[in-house]
Design a protein around this ligand. Structure first.
Ligand code: GLS
Length: 838
């Protein structure tokens, strides 16, 4: 490589190579140096924010040294690498995680303490990196943490959105959206202006010269070119030097930012138009979770990201001078949902159009390279791209998709002769006006493994949306990898006191690398002091959340009340059923109002806490938010209720807020209609922090129940296999009346007790007119009865503590490390590398 230092001079360089700082004093020196030189501030104007910057830059120095070494060693070792392609990486904050993973937090705490700062205040200065919507994006972030911790040579590839998920403000009880500009100061990314890749859109496909086999080549040309610039983010593993790379692409115009011709002729706006057009591609994250928006810009984002990533991956492979057939032995690419499905088509295009490989040889390599993870069965989330749109934007890709589909359908026909309907059902091209491409089908056809994210979900996709493909490809292609969470962030970082207490019992912090070690805790179930400490830590977390609520909403909540928390995205389709929760709250309120003061004294005080964003423009989801805030306005001020019930909506739920909220639950709600939530991952986070859950038999709740025992979870509602029948009854049955308790709630809403009844008419109508698709009415009485069981159980604090500790002891399975090891063994066939300190 020309840019390298020539051999005889390397000795000099190596003597000068940057070293990690060691110990408190060196750390402090680095902080002060960064504040004074990098930031050009001084002892006279170093506020918390400058102290954050200085600390982050100091910690970053050590991280970068590990990162460089890791990258060099991985290059030399030249093992098979994993590439995780995800349009979302919901990273949250980095500093605290980086300090904990590199073992520098105590040094930093003491170090900044002596300089007059509190480490907590410094950590709190950081802006979340919120490049994701919810579970899918956070899963990608947890997986990166595990990949590095387990020493897998792995890269994440994503987009560097200028605006992440919007910030939510609650104004007069309604959601308002504010853009999230997060890049003002981001010390965690490194622009690589030398890694610039041209990506083409539009253009035409023309006949070119003949290839080696005498076939006329297809040449895609004349399109618009946009440049992808790499921004790299170091991802430290916990307790290892392995520091992997997350590469995010940013778009900019190729060939100059500025049109001088236009500028000189006085057309100033026109002179920057191309630049803006190009930069728009990576400008904003689509704020939709679990729904396919189908917009051209989104398709552009997808291709831009996929094309740049594949170019990069192929270039890296080529450096090894291996024959192409070894590609799948060196490269595993995981498709996080169907968003990157075009990668399959792009790799095939690179092979046949650019590398002149015969179709079959290319296709065999392609299909051995990719794995596809499905994250939902919801029909509205399954991506479909209109053929005319793809034809215009990616004409060559459309031809390749047609060929992939043709060869696939021919193979199906050979296997199932005369089944015309099967061919129609499994075709990538769905007939209609316009025709559309079914991306999930393309992802299945182009991958060697397809997995769901929890057992029930993986079974459901095989039995429903992908059933025909199981018949065609066989059972073995379809598998399950139940999701997991990183215990580093979701226990050690979010709940350090609990982590320390656990460590004191299970023999140190090894459990953070092998979460099954938690099971040692079962030995201490009868240890009174331990139990007491456990419950004190839970109370302290509730006090902390209560303080946060007070600081941000001016509302006082009683930390001794039962904290009942539901935090997650709020969907237009309402499948997560926050509406059932708030209806339950209203029902409780109505009961409390009817009680005598004596009866009220026997009630368990409860604080119902909600949080979550609704995509802008989604009216039903926003109505649910309004109902929650409106119920809060009524209930929280009701003197008669006297604090027996409080309803709080936490504004702008995000990863850093989750770190405060998750440790503080007594009970959390995971109450989706059975069969709709693919997995859920916050259920795992709450239980790992000693909170119990109330939930339906859905997603990972089922496996959580299996692991922790039925006596430690509050299950409710109909089962997945009953859902279809119930819906049928709703639609065609004669006398389906609403559950009477729910009727009472609806009456109260319609009587205007929570503000103008018209505000909620759509919400009420979704339960009555037409039919109640998410079966709120069918599950409501079970929900209310189960909440009563929660109250009863909570009265027995000792019994509650037993449940809490036992559950945590049995949560080992839900580590993201376990999930990543399963992917590595069953899908990627990769081995950990061995990264040495120096
Ligand atoms: C999701 C599912 O809805 C969640 O149940 C799941 O836990 C998550 C990660 O697998 O993926 N799918 C999706 O589109 N958004 C999600 O959060």
């Amino acid at each position: 490589v020309e840019a390298s230092i020539p051999q005889p001079l390397r000795e000099t360089w190596l003597k000068l190579s940057a070293c990690e700082f060691n110990g408190k004093e060196q750390f402090q020196k680095e902080v002060v140096r960064h504040v004074e030189t990098t930031l050009a501030r001084s002892i006279y104007n170093c506020d918390d924010n400058a102290a954050y910057s200085g600390t982050a830059l100091a910690i970053r120095d050590n991280l970068v040294i590990k990162w460089n070494k890791t990258q060099q060693q991985q290059t030399l070792q030249d093992q098979k690498r994993v590439y995780y392609l995800s349009l979302e990486f919901l990273m949250g904050r980095t500093l605290d995680n980086a300090m904990l993973n590199t073992g520098l937090k105590d040094t930093a705490r003491e170090g900044v303490g002596e300089l007059g700062f509190r480490i907590e205040d410094i950590i709190d200065q950081e802006h979340d990196a919120a490049l994701g919507n919810g579970g899918l994006g956070r899963l990608a972030a947890c997986f990166l943490d595990s990949l590095a911790t387990l020493n897998y040579p792995a890269w994440g590839y994503g987009l560097r959105y200028r605006y992440g998920i919007f910030k939510q403000e609650i104004i007069n009880g309604f959601q308002a959206e504010v853009p999230d500009y997060w890049l003002d100061f981001n010390p965690w990314e490194f622009p690589r202006h030398d890694v610039a890749i041209d990506v083409m859109f539009y253009g035409t496909v023309n006949p070119g010269p003949r290839d080696d086999h005498g076939n006329i080549k297809k040449v895609w040309e004349g399109g618009e070119i946009v440049q992808a610039i790499a921004y790299d983010v170091p991802i430290p593993g916990y307790g290892t030097d392995c520091t992997n790379n997350l590469r995010l692409w940013s778009s900019k115009p190729s060939g100059g930012e500025f049109d001088f011709g236009r500028f000189n002729s006085g057309d100033y706006e026109g002179s920057i138009r191309d630049q803006q057009r190009a930069e728009t591609i990576s400008a904003v994250l689509y704020p939709n979770d679990n729904i396919d928006a189908g917009k051209e810009l989104r398709l552009k984002q997808q291709y831009f990201w996929v094309a740049a990533s594949l170019h990069d991956i192929v270039r890296r492979f080529k450096k090894s001078h291996r024959p192409w057939k070894e590609f799948p032995e060196q490269v595993a690419i995981q498709l996080n949902d169907t968003h990157p499905t075009l990668a399959i088509v792009e790799l095939q295009r690179i092979f046949i159009d650019i590398e002149n490989m015969p179709w079959d040889e290319a296709w065999s390599i392609v299909t051995r390279t990719f794995g596809y993870t499905n994250h939902t069965v919801l029909p509205e989330a399954l991506e479909k791209w209109s053929v005319p749109l793809v034809q215009n934007l990616l004409p060559r890709h459309l031809q390749i998709i047609y060929d992939i589909n043709l060869f696939f359908l021919q193979s199906v026909e050979r296997k199932f002769p005369k089944d015309r309907d099967l061919l129609r059902r499994v075709s990538v091209v769905e007939e209609g006006t316009p025709q559309v491409l079914r991306m999930a089908y393309l992802a299945i056809i182009g991958s060697h493994k397809v997995n769901g994210v929890a057992e029930l979900h993986s079974d459901l996709i095989k039995a429903t949306i992908f059933k025909d493909f199981v018949d065609i490809f066989g059972q073995d292609k379809f598998t399950n990898v139940t999701n997991g969470i990183t215990p580093r962030r979701w226990l050690h970082q979010a709940n350090p006191k609990l982590s320390d207490l656990i460590a004191s019992k299970v023999g140190g912090y090894d459990f953070l690398r092998d979460l099954t070690k938690l099971n040692v805790l079962e030995k201490y179930i009868d240890d009174k002091t331990f139990k007491k400490e456990w419950m004190e830590i839970k109370l302290a977390a509730k006090v902390k959340l209560a303080k946060y609520i007070k600081d941000t909403t001016q509302m006082s909540v009683n930390p001794h009340s039962l904290f009942d928390i539901q935090v997650k995205r709020i969907h237009e389709s309402q499948y997560k059923r926050q509406q059932m929760n708030i209806f339950g709250v209203i029902y409780r309120y109505l009961r409390l109002k009817e009680m005598t003061p004596e009866e009220r004294k026997k009630q368990v005080p409860r604080t119902s806490i909600f949080g979550g964003k609704a995509a802008p423009g989604y009216w039903m989801a926003k109505t649910i938010i309004r109902l929650i805030t409106a119920v809060g306005e009524v209930v929280n001020q009701d003197k008669e209720i006297n604090g027996l019930l409080k309803v709080i909506f936490i504004e702008d739920y995000n990863v850093s807020k989750a770190e405060i909220i998750v440790p503080a639950s007594d009970i959390s709600e995971h109450i989706s209609t059975a069969g709709t939530e693919a997995s859920g991952t916050s259920n795992m986070k709450f239980v790992l922090n000693g909170g119990l859950i109330i939930g339906t038999c859905d997603g990972a709740n089922i496996e959580i129940t299996r692991e922790i025992g039925e006596e430690n979870i509050f299950l409710l509602g109909n089962l997945a296999e009953q859902v279809e029948d119930l819906r049928h009854q709703h639609r065609f049955g004669k006398d389906v009346t609403m559950d009477p308790k729910l009727r009472e709630v609806c009456d109260a809403i319609e009587a205007g007790r929570f503000g103008p009844e018209q505000t909620y008419s759509g919400l009420i109508a979704s339960l009555t007119i037409g039919f109640d698709y998410y079966l709120v009415s069918d599950d409501f009485s079970s929900y209310v009865a189960t909440q009563d069981l929660v109250d009863e159980a909570y009265k027995d604090q000792d019994g509650w503590a037993t449940k809490s500790i036992t559950s945590v002891a049995r949560m080992g399975f839900f580590s993201a490390d376990r999930a990543i090891n399963e992917y590595a063994d069953e899908i990627w066939n990769v081995e950990p590398s061995n990264i040495k300190p120096s």
